[in-house]
Each structure stands twice: as structure tokens, then as C-alpha cells.
Design a protein around this ligand. Structure first.
Ligand SMILES: [Zn+2]
Length: 301
């Protein structure tokens, strides 16, 4: 077994820390994902979320509970050999870029500029958006959605985008309501803070099937034929499933089978086929180097 101190947050380069973070994020961040990612019937979502988080609820539908958090550990490569080998420099860079990526940076104010990496807009708990960033729904993303919806229709599914662009002000309004009602600590468990929602980019579409509202913003959507179609085909139109299963520690959000992000066809195809997240692609060194295999140990040392 690995000798990992799950509580030692100072070991920022230790993968065990990422695992520990993942667990914390699952508990604390899962709530934000639930409602932070969409504004469709937020009140109901908050109620369901309380059920999810164990707060108990009397009106949570039975099929509403999201997929239970998976062990983030299975995604982590086991530590090599058990010896305390020094980590190669290049790997360090990638690890550093992704370390703590799924968590809020409490001490930092919102930036004055949005973060673009190689021309791709990134918005997550580590890279928030300026308060006045309000591009509206992206026309290219909408056109891509329309193209995708037309293709889906040919296969018998009517896709419905139930939440797309959302302003900072709208998010603040929602968040403040929850804080007033439940306090900051509780509100942070089920609502994204203003400036941190990817919907503020205008590139995000929460997608469901028309007339199947019972699956909207619920992971049961992923089990429907429409949800499966979307997952298998979205990349052909430039969309990626933004919060895939098992990547919670990196994205900062629980799996959301309905939340898709437009990144363009080329990037979407790559991210889909390699089972990456946007964070891994942009920050994890996946762009430049395909795979960095550890060098054989130098016999001279
Ligand atoms: Zn969403």
C-alpha cells in the first residue's frame, strides 16, 4: 500500500493530496456543481441537493440522486515501486499546473481578464471570470448546437438546451439568496459563487431531451437513449462533456451528464477520444507531449 497521509495538505505535489482533495471536493464542491452549472429550476435543485448531501429532504424524487461519488483513487497511478524517487522536472510542471485545480482559491479576487490558454477560454474554481465578463450566448456555439440537434432529430431525439448563458449578476442573485437563507457555508455546498460558473462564458449548454424534463439536470439523463446519443456524438459538433465521471478532482465538479461545453470540433474530438478533461488538455501537458514515460534510472547514480 502507498504511504499516503490523506490529511497532509501541504504535500501539494503528492498525488495522495489530489486524492484527498478529490474527496473534499466531492463533498463540498458537488453541491456547487449541482446548481452552479445550471439555473433550471434552481429551487428544486437545491432541495434535491440537500437530499444528496444527506441533509434529508421530504420531496426528493427517487431517481434524482446523482451517481454516487466514485473512488477518485482508481484514477490515480500507483506510486512507482514504493521507493521515494525524485519526480522528473517535466512531470512536476504538469502536476503543479493541475494541483488543487478543482478547488476555490479563497484569497484571490476575481481577475480583470478571463483566462485563455492557447485561445481556449477556461472557467473553473481556479480560473474564475471577471464580474463584467458578459459575452452572451456564443453564436458559433449556438450554430453548432443547432447542427447537432438536427442530427439528433434524424436519429429520433429532440434535444433541448434548457440553460446556456448566465450573467454574473444572475449567479450573484441566486447565490446571495441562498446565503441569506442558509448561510455561506451551506450555500457554498450547493450553489456556485458568482464569477465561477462556466455558464458565464456563453459557451456552455445544459442539454436535455424535449418533453423529458424529469431527466433535466439529473444524471439519469446520461442513462437515457438521448443522453447516450449525446455523449457519443457531441464531439462531432464541437461539444465536450465538461464534467465526466471520475474526474471530479480535476474539474471541481461532480459528473454532470447534461452539461456540455463548446470547444470546436478539432479540440472536442481529441478530448473525447483521449478521455481528457479541458483542464488536463490545457494544463496537464497533454498538448505538447503525448505521453511522458519515465526515464530509465541512470545507472551512474
Ligand atoms: Zn450546466
Amino acid at each position: 500500500m502507498r504511504r499516503v497521509d490523506y490529511l497532509n495538505k501541504k504535500k501539494r505535489k503528492n498525488k495522495g493530496w489530489i486524492v484527498a482533495s478529490a474527496i473534499a471536493v466531492l463533498v463540498l464542491g458537488g453541491g456547487a456543481a449541482w446548481t452552479g452549472a445550471h439555473d433550471w429550476d434552481l429551487k428544486e435543485s437545491a432541495v434535491s441537493l440537500k437530499g444528496v448531501l444527506g441533509g434529508g429532504t421530504e420531496k426528493s424524487p427517487a431517481d434524482q440522486s446523482p451517481v454516487p461519488p466514485q473512488s477518485a483513487e482508481e484514477d490515480q497511478a500507483p506510486a512507482s515501486g514504493g521507493g521515494e524517487q525524485p519526480v522528473p522536472e517535466e512531470k512536476d510542471d504538469a502536476s503543479d499546473a493541475l494541483a488543487g485545480i478543482g478547488e476555490y482559491d479563497d484569497d484571490r479576487p476575481l481577475p480583470s481578464e478571463p483566462t485563455y490558454i492557447d485561445g481556449v477560454l477556461l472557467a473553473n474554481k481556479k480560473y474564475p471570470l471577471p464580474a463584467d465578463f458578459a459575452p452572451g450566448e456564443d453564436p458559433e456555439a449556438r450554430a453548432a448546437f443547432d447542427e447537432m440537434a438536427a442530427a439528433a432529430k434524424l436519429d429520433g431525439f429532440e434535444l433541448a438546451p434548457f440553460s446556456t448563458f448566465r450573467t454574473f449578476e444572475r449567479q450573484k442573485e441566486l447565490y446571495d439568496q441562498y446565503v441569506a437563507r442558509d448561510g455561506v457555508e451551506a450555500a457554498d455546498r450547493y450553489s456556485a459563487r458568482p464569477g465561477y460558473s462556466e455558464h458565464q462564458t456563453g459557451l456552455t449548454f445544459d442539454i436535455g431531451e424535449a418533453n423529458q424534463e424529469q431527466h433535466w439536470a439529473r444524471n439519469s439523463f446520461g442513462d437515457t437513449e438521448a443522453g447516450k446519443w449525446l455523449f457519443a456524438n457531441a464531439h462531432r459538433f464541437g461539444f465536450i462533456l465538461r464534467y465526466p465521471e471520475g474526474k471530479e478532482d480535476i474539474t471541481g465538479y461532480m459528473h454532470e451528464s447534461w452539461h456540455y461545453r463548446y470547444v470546436g470540433k478539432e479540440l472536442a474530438a481529441k478530448i473525447h477520444s483521449e478521455n481528457l478533461t479541458l483542464e488536463e488538455y490545457l494544463l496537464g501537458g497533454q498538448k505538447q507531449k503525448q505521453r511522458h514515460e519515465p526515464e530509465p534510472a541512470d545507472p551512474a547514480k
